[in-house]
Ligand binder design. Structure first.
Ligand code: ADP
Ligand code: SF4
Ligand code: MG
Length: 370
């Protein structure tokens, strides 16, 4: 890949790989989101879409977020990038609390800086693109908003097209003239326009054919290496998440139920939900870890309007016990760096752990207001 063109001197030209930071780039701490809904003329309720969700992502790494449709993955993504306000909890980015409901929202240049550092790639490459704008205009738009000169916009758009495997000529195309894979490449180029540090990919390949999926996944991996990107990679597809992730967070009905390194999660899943989910997913690669020998997942996700008491998975769990209806399980660490919220793994000396620290044991948890 070629060197990026020089951009405006606003600190926006950080496309070179930086040294890994000793602290996580992103920390999500006890974040919750409820959507108020009308249940009838006089009755109101609230959908518990995300509940005390915690995880952290190291710089240059990929955190895979996986779970069934409706478990809160997209809501979590929108909360992290600021497309939705959070009800409770904190999002810490580069050591700064960027999205606490208890402190005023950052404004002006600070908010712009936060915004440019966190970008999203959405599922549907077609609807995410303005059909009346050319590819060049689409990619250049964020740069225009952030004050790049016309020449910088043009040069950087050409460079971005090259980075995502398109030709400079594609700048004059319109979205309807491109294939699904090419459109998603344009989405990725737009997301990279401002040299973000964190890219949140929400089902970024789910709408693509399998062969095109593989190309786009490989492109994302190449870009990560080249540009030192950190990904939050969201998918309902366990195989895709396994291929992409360093660490995986398994979500069930708004909560994180298991977090650990991807290799370990697929080789030795501990939470009954993860085990059932994996048992329901075929191994695509013959060299992949065998699936757990448990019955596949059965039944529907319960309504987030009225989640089950205690453990939210208990209505579908083959191992459910009496305590599971009474008490929400604490997060424990049955093996180093492997966190799980389930009464099958009782709290020992690790009582009080959160899902935030997933990989490095013994490191102190950071103050959320750092
Ligand atoms: N704006 C909204 N208003 C009400 N409910 C919502 C809203 N957005 C999402 N939800 C609900 O929150 C839950 C989680 O949704 P979502 O985050 O989209 O899940 P996923 O991305 O894992 O499929 C679902 O029950 C969904 O219906
Ligand atoms: S806490 Fe109980 S119901 Fe929940 S996953 Fe563990 S065993 Fe199953
Ligand atoms: Mg979603």
């Amino acid at each position: 890949m070629t060197t990026p063109p020089a951009t405006v001197a606003t600190g926006l030209d950080k496309t070179t790989v930086e040294k890994p930071s000793p602290l996580p780039l992103l920390e999500v701490i006890n974040v919750s989101k409820r959507f108020p809904v009308r249940l009838g003329p006089l009755k109101r309720g609230a959908v518990s879409a995300v509940d005390t969700l915690s995880f952290s992502v190291e710089q240059g790494q990929t955190m895979g977020i996986v779970g069934e449709s409706g478990c809160g993955k997209s809501t979590a993504a929108r909360l992290v990038v600021g497309l939705l306000p959070i009800d409770e909890g904190d999002v810490i980015f580069e050591g700064v609390n960027v999205r606490s409901p208890h402190q005023p929202r950052h404004t002006g240049a600070r908010e712009k800086e936060i915004h440019r550092n966190m970008q999203m790639v959405f599922q549907d490459p077609h609807s995410a693109l303005n059909p009346r704008a050319s590819v060049g205009e689409i990619i250049a738009f964020p740069m225009k908003v952030h004050g790049f000169s016309r020449q910088d916009q043009r040069e950087r758009t050409g460079w971005l097209l090259e980075q995502v495997g398109l030709h400079g000529n594609h700048a004059s195309y319109y979205p309807h003239q491109l294939s699904g894979g090419q459109r998603q490449r344009v989405n990725i180029a737009r997301a990279l326009a401002l040299s973000p540090k964190l890219v949140v990919c929400d089902e970024a390949v789910s709408a693509l054919d399998k062969s095109v999926q593989a190309q786009v996944l490989n492109l994302l991996k190449d870009l990560q290496q080249e540009l030192g990107l950190t990904y939050m990679f969201i998918s309902h597809d366990l195989n895709v998440v396994e291929y992409m992730s360093d660490t995986v967070c398994v979500m069930y009905l708004g909560q994180a139920v298991e977090i650990c390194d991807a290799d370990r999660l697929y080789a030795n899943p501990l939470h009954p939900y993860t085990r059932a989910l994996l048992a329901s997913t075929p191994v695509l690669d013959v060299t992949g870890a065998p699936r757990p020998d448990v019955p596949p997942l059965e039944g529907e996700l319960p309504s987030p309007l009225d989640p089950p008491s205690g453990c939210r998975f208990r209505t579908r769990c083959p191992s459910a016990m009496a305590i599971c209806a009474e008490e929400a399980p604490a997060v424990t660490q049955p093996e180093p760096g492997h966190r799980v919220a389930c009464h099958l793994y009782p709290a020992g000396p690790d009582a009080g752990l959160s899902m935030r620290r997933h990989a490095v044991d013994g490191r102190p948890e950071r103050n959320s207001n750092a």
